[in-house]
Structure formats: structure tokens, C-alpha cells
Design a binder for this molecule. Structure first.
Ligand SMILES: C[S@@+](CC[C@H](N)C(=O)[O-])C[C@H]1O[C@@H](n2cnc3c(N)ncnc32)[C@H](O)[C@@H]1O
Length: 250
């Protein structure tokens, strides 16, 4: 794998994915924050909701046997769920070896039609052939990437013509990413502001503050990323928007 040019959270993610268990406190924080919108059983680290999973499913075109690449898959939950529900072949990539290890084991908890493959890679170096995939997915994983144009062009390279790229993103208010998507060879098909995203994210940060000691006791250094996020990202909730995008390769 080529070197990751810059990743502002590499150490935190390495610590996070080195924790092999499932923390009851972490799940409790997310469940209390999201209520009925919490997607059970995915053990994801992000802000995906049940509503978003339904929306993504409604966007996915060629279902049975199409290949989906989940970029920045982490432990793999969202891609595994979508592959199970839609009969997709799944390739998951992440730059953190601990995430890939966990995703390989986690796939055993899903009923997949095709075995999933999880491989080290990152947004600017997706280890697959040109024009070989039908769908690319990125859930809460584009934000740490320094060179977003290079990342979008790399996604474009691996998709077939007409291939779909579905992603969640935080946009700074007044900073429309659509011209960058178009520059990289995509057209916008649909987009949606994430339902109640600020309320959910604020509630997660409050929960992290409330159960800080329990999280650290439960997860050790793996809790650092959550404590860091809760203390640094709160201020940015008012100057950004979380959206789900559906793009197509031109
Ligand atoms: C917020 S987590 C989301 C993980 C997963 N998509 C989920 O929803 O559970 C962000 C993920 O992006 C990965 N990541 C960080 N830098 C990346 C990069 N340059 N390219 C691809 N993935 C990256 C991290 O290792 C982490 O797994």
C-alpha cells in the first residue's frame, strides 16, 4: 500500500481498532443519543441512522451480485449490512490493520451470499483494478482525507461507467462540494441533509462526557478518540451540515 499522505487521526484510529471487544458503555451512549434511529448490530463508529440505511438501499441500483467497495470501512458494519440486505459482493478497505482484522471476523455475524474481502488501502490508493466496481460507499470516512480531489478521482478510477458513489460528508456551510465532485468525474443524482444530525451528534458528545470514566475503564486507550472528538468537534456543529450524497460516474 502506498503511504497515506496525511491522516489527522491515524494514532487515535489505531488505538480504537486495537480494542477487540464490544463496549457496552459505547453502545449505550450511541443508543441513548439516537433512540429508535440507532441501527443495532453494526458496531459502527459514526453517525449513520436507520433512516440513512433505508435511503442508501433505495438508491442502490443493480442489487444481486453487484460489487460494493466500502472505503474507510472500519469494523465493516454498514457495508456488511448493505451487502447482506441487497445480495452484494463486498470489498472493504481501511488504512488501519486492526480495523481490517476486526472486519474479517465481524463478517461471520452476517448472512452473506458472497464472502466479503477486507484489505488495507485508503482513499487515494484503492487496491482494485480500473473500472471494476459497481458501487462505492463511504460512511463518515472522507473527512480526514487531506487531498479530497485525489480521493474522488481514485474512486472514479475504480468504478464502471454509471457506477454509483454514495457517501456521507460534513460540509462547511457555504462550501458546496458539488463542483469538486463534478471535477472528479461525477454527476450529482440526489442528496439529503441527515435527519436530526446535530441533535444526535450533540447527544453523543454529552454521553461521552457523562460516561467518560466508564468508557476509559472499559476500553482503555481506545476511548481516546471519542474523548478527543467530543472535546474538539462540538464547536464545529454550528458551522457545518451533515449530508448524504448519491453521485454517478459520468
Ligand atoms: C468515523 S470512522 C467510520 C468507519 C465506518 N465507515 C463506520 O461507519 O463504522 C472513519 C474511518 O475512516 C478510516 N480512515 C481514516 N483515514 C482514511 C483514509 N485516508 N482513507 C480511507 N479511510 C480512512 C478510519 O480508519 C476509520 O475506520
Amino acid at each position: 500500500m502506498a503511504d497515506i499522505p496525511f491522516d489527522i487521526n491515524q494514532q487515535h484510529y489505531t488505538e480504537y481498532f486495537a480494542f477487540k471487544g464490544k463496549s457496552a458503555w459505547r453502545s449505550r451512549i450511541w443508543k441513548e443519543a439516537f433512540g429508535e434511529q440507532y441501527p443495532e448490530g453494526l458496531d459502527h463508529y459514526g453517525y449513520l441512522t436507520k433512516h440513512e440505511l433505508k435511503k442508501i438501499t433505495s438508491w442502490i441500483k443493480g442489487k444481486e451480485g453487484s460489487t460494493l467497495v466500502d472505503i474507510g470501512c472500519g469494523k465493516g458494519g454498514p457495508g456488511l449490512w448493505l451487502a447482506e440486505q441487497n445480495g452484494l459482493r463486498l470489498v472493504g478497505i481501511d488504512p488501519i490493520p486492526g480495523a481490517i482484522d476486526q472486519a474479517r471476523r465481524f463478517q461471520l455475524e452476517f448472512s452473506l451470499e458472497f464472502p466479503a474481502q477486507f484489505t488495507e488501502g485508503h482513499f487515494c490508493d484503492i487496491p482494485v483494478e480500473d473500472k471494476s466496481l459497481d458501487i462505492a460507499l463511504s460512511i463518515d470516512s472522507l473527512w480526514p482525507v487531506y487531498d479530497k480531489i485525489a480521493a474522488l478521482m481514485e474512486v472514479n478510477r475504480v468504478l464502471r461507467k454509471g457506477g454509483q458513489f454514495i457517501l456521507s460528508n460534513w460540509d462547511l456551510i457555504g462550501n458546496d462540494p458539488v463542483p469538486a465532485f463534478e471535477y472528479a468525474g461525477f454527476r450529482l443524482v440526489d442528496k439529503e441533509v441527515s435527519l436530526k444530525w446535530r441533535i444526535f451528534q450533540e447527544a453523543v458528545y454529552e454521553g461521552i462526557g457523562r460516561y467518560k470514566d466508564e468508557l476509559v475503564q472499559d476500553m482503555g486507550a481506545a476511548a481516546n478518540i471519542m474523548l478527543h472528538e467530543a472535546s474538539t468537534s462540538r464547536d464545529h456543529l454550528s458551522d457545518s451540515m451533515r449530508l448524504l450524497y448519491y453521485l454517478e460516474k459520468k
